[in-house]
Design a protein around this ligand. Structure first.
Ligand code: CTP
Length: 394
């Protein structure tokens, strides 16, 4: 977020205190955060809180004589990369929809030409009122994003729509829009993640230790850089990254179908999934199948998805595989690069501390036909980002 100017508008709503978390988060990400409060917001929170969290003066009144009030709203409007109003009261939405500019927030909002997002928060009846709904449509008509509210128990005792959207969702959306240069804009990225499950019978299945974290980190990194991302995921307990199309599968055969159906349209295909090489063979006679279990499970081979996609690659496509090795990391990974017709293999040594399944870090070596590049231990989000930087340089 370094070098990005984010303006956060805070209006008179009980949810105003939640804006503190957003400001603090963005500041930690390196953004230049500027908060503008309405006078009504002052009833809920003190500007000093925002000033301390953002390190910038919190603006309230257009006619603040202690400050360069003259063109402040215009200069901030010009600098802003993204303008977010959270929480946005019914009053603010009505004013903004009508083009009223009678305080610092509405004036700067009207003068800004950057992307604007409004997160409503108000009583259910106020939110559901057709006047508010018409005002929201009006803002959308002018190209302003108005996000859905959450539903639930509200501070006024009512239950229903009107609760501020979850703070993590607001933060993630801001990151998606402003966090990075969108150097993957227009690129379609297809990623597989997680384990596969192969049924032995209706109760038991064979699986592996994959948590899906590396694949999910890659999907998020690509989305942050502007790519159109599809994630084909085995069963994991991770929240799908925002802005990513997710397709859930269980078995290797399902993963094969979903990946190969989409791989033609992708510019970059990355297989991180720990695909089970074998599956219990289905027996026509269920009875025999049960009787023979579990002493002698007859196994059939699963399709090698990466090899298939590599063999059927389309022009200009980049195919990336992962390899997990316990010994001869480079040699075995190089052989996979050839065998599976990839452009890049991301190799993990399972012997290395902080690498592989189940941890938040990874230690990888990037292997192409021309180059072998070892990266130091780092978080999986960082590894994911480095992989895309490497791919873009290839
Ligand atoms: N892979 C795949 N389909 C399979 C097995 C693996 O697409 N049926 C992909 C994995 O997603 C990974 C790469 O191939 O990107 C290497 O996976 P790995 O399990 O390390 O290799 P294997 O093909 O299983 O080879 P080996 O048996 O030598 O470990």
């Amino acid at each position: 977020m370094k070098g990005k100017c984010i303006v956060i508008g805070v209006t008179g709503s009980i949810a105003a205190y939640k804006a503190c978390d957003i400001v603090s988060f963005l500041k930690k990400q390196g953004a230049d955060v500027n908060v503008i409060m309405t006078r009504n917001a002052l009833n809920f929170i003190n500007p000093i809180t925002f000033e301390t969290l953002s390190g910038n003066k919190c603006l309230v009144d257009t006619f603040d004589r202690n400050f360069q009030f003259n063109v402040e709203h215009v200069s901030l409007a010009k600098r802003a990369d993204l303008f977010v109003v959270a929480p946005a009261s019914a009053d603010f939405i009505a004013k903004a929809a009508a083009g009223i500019a009678d305080d610092m927030l509405t004036t700067t909002f009207l003068a800004s030409t950057c992307r604007k997002i409004v997160y409503p928060a108000m009583n259910t009846r106020m939110y559901d009122n057709p006047i508010t709904q018409d005002n929201i449509k009006r803002l959308e008509h002018y190209g302003i994003d108005v996000e859905e509210t959450d539903s639930g128990y509200l501070a006024c005792g009512d239950t229903g729509r009107g609760k501020l959207a979850p703070v993590e969702d607001i933060e993630e959306r801001i990151m998606l829009l402003a966090a990075r240069d969108h150097d993957l804009d227009g690129k379609r990225v297809l990623i597989s993640a997680g384990p596969t499950q192969e049924d032995i019978d209706p109760v038991r299945f064979i699986t592996n230790h994959s948590t899906g974290r590396m694949g999910y980190a890659l999907a998020r990194a690509a989305a942050l850089r502007g790519a159109d991302v599809t994630l084909v995921s085995g069963p994991v307990s991770l929240k799908p990254p925002m802005g990513v199309r997710i397709i859930n599968v269980r078995s290797a055969e399902q993963m094969f179908d979903e990946m190969t159906e989409r791989s033609d349209q992708a510019d970059i295909v990355i297989m991180t999934a720990a695909v089970a090489d074998m599956r219990p063979e289905k027996c026509a006679d269920e009875k025999i199948h049960k009787v023979t279990m579990p002493d002698s499970i007859r196994l059939a081979s699963n399709p090698d998805i990466l090899s298939y996609i590599g063999e059927h690659r389309k022009e200009g496509q980049i195919i990336v595989g992962f390899s997990m090795e316990t010994e001869d990391l480079i040699e075995n990974s190089r052989s996979k690069l050839e065998r599976k017709h990839c452009d890049l293999i991301v190799a993990n040594s399972l012997r290395e501390k902080g690498a592989g399944f189940g941890c938040d870090t990874n230690v990888v070596t990037l292997i192409t036909r021309e180059e072998t590049k070892e990266l130091p231990i780092m978080g999986k989000d960082q590894v994911a980002d480095r992989i895309f930087t490497f791919i873009l340089d290839m």
